[in-house]
Ligand binder design. Structure first.
Ligand code: NAD
Ligand code: ZN
Ligand code: ZN
Length: 367
């Protein structure tokens, strides 16, 4: 079939919205009619050419939600008409990591996905007969996508898909960091560095876990205001003295849980230093620049602080994403304030401009 899609032709150039060809779903693959897609930093990062693992041409986009249009052979997990959220982090349910409760890093299709191919090593996307690669296994800046069934989470049909798409990446990453990776305990004190989509999700996750005090740190006052709306009890302007101020707020000890959601390694260090001696856990969500390293005084670790990272919030996508969407439907997560702009696919480059200008949290493309 032919469809409209936003193609990254060359790095550091605007995406080109055009007609491309999409082949039928193969075995264990599903054709999804996309309804909405968020624009995330990772799309822009790859488009810029800075990402060392990036490739072009490709159809970008990974925060998609839509409806199953057709199933390929041997599909058992989904049926036509199911509402789904795309998963750049799949859940095969069978690999050694899927069988372990300790990680969400499914191994099933990693290698091919990282190269831009579906699991059988080929693509369903083409232009003028030339294959086009898939991005993050999702390629959701498009009217349709073909994806492996293990990379789609079936959600409640009641959930509006223009909100549900945020659960495909940033929002779930933040929620999961608090609820799944750190497993914040009720009554605890949490500090979240960064109030973008990921940090705001972490604030909401801390609240859902019953944290007593949630401090959010950011540079932008309007983002700190959004953090209050998600449950932050205190907000702080970021800067070199922020660790000192957090220690003062916590009787000199620091927080039970800290979260880093900026991608800045200096802030990661602050997040480690703001964690409490004895048991403070620092969860790193941000993606640092190429070659950057995290600087930590080892004594901080010997005295009981712990550091861990979290990919996609530690969530096993097919199981955990529908549960988060249910939380949203139950009224526990206020998603609307995150959606600042609604765009057409043709306006995708405008979405990147808005993101660069830090204008709002998320632009959502309506397909
Ligand atoms: N681990 C994962 O699976 C995963 C998934 C999605 C995104 N990410 C990463 O998470 C990070 C955050 O993503 P986002 O979409 O929320 O980004 P974002 O740019 O919207 O938010 C980052 C926030 O950090 C704030 N900030 C910058 N410098 C600061 C400082 N010195 N002190 C305090 N705050 C500061 C900014 O003002 C901004 O509000 C990025 O690095 C992104 O690549 C990771
Ligand atoms: Zn993303
Ligand atoms: Zn797996």
């Amino acid at each position: 079939m032919r469809m409209r899609a936003a193609v990254l032709e060359r790095f550091a150039e605007p995406l080109v919205v055009q007609d491309v060809e999409l082949a039928d779903p193969g075995p264990k693959e599903v054709l999804v009619r996309l309804v909405a897609c968020g624009i995330c930093h990772t799309d822009m990062y790859t488009a810029s050419g800075v990402d060392p693992s990036g490739y072009a041409p490709t159809v970008l986009g990974h925060e998609g939600a839509g409806v199953v249009e057709r199933c390929g052979a041997d599909v058992s997990l989904l049926g036509e008409g199911d509402h789904v959220v795309t998963l750049f982090s799949p859940q095969c349910g069978e690999c050694v990591h899927c069988l372990s409760a300790l990680t969400n890093l499914c191994l099933a299709i990693r290698e091919q996905q990282n190269l831009g191919y579906l699991p059988d090593g080929t693509t369903r996307l083409a232009r003028g007969g030339e294959p086009l690669r898939h991005f993050m296994g999702t390629s959701t800046f498009a009217e349709y996508t073909v994806m492996p069934e293990i990379a789609l989470a079936r959600i409640d049909r009641e959930a509006p898909l223009d909100r549900a798409c945020l659960f495909a990446c940033g929002l779930s990453t933040g929620l999961g960091a608090a609820m799944k990776t750190a497993q914040v305990r009720a009554g605890s004190t949490c500090v979240v560095f960064g109030a973008g989509m990921v940090g705001l999700g972490a604030v909401a996750g801390c609240r859902l876990q019953g944290a007593e005090r949630i401090v959010c740190v950011d540079l932008a006052p309007e983002r700190l205001e959004l953090a209050r709306g998600q449950g932050a009890t205190d907000v702080l302007q970021g800067g070199p003295d922020v660790v000192q101020r957090i220690l003062e707020m916590t009787g000199g000890f620091g927080a039970d849980y800290t979260f880093e959601a900026t991608g800045n390694v200096a802030v990661m260090r602050q997040a480690v230093e703001a964690a409490r001696m004895g048991w403070g856990l620092c969860t790193v969500c941000g993606v640092a620049g190429r070659g950057e390293t995290l600087d930590v005084v080892p004594r901080l670790l010997i005295t009981g602080r712990r550091v861990c990272g979290s990919s996609f919030g530690g969530l096993k996508g097919r199981e955990d994403v529908p549960a988060l969407v249910d939380h949203y439907l139950a009224g526990d997560i206020d998603v609307d304030p995150f959606i600042s702009h609604r765009l057409r696919l043709d306006e995708v480059n405008r979405g990147f401009e808005l993101m660069e200008a830090q204008d709002g949290i998320r632009s959502v493309i309506e397909l």
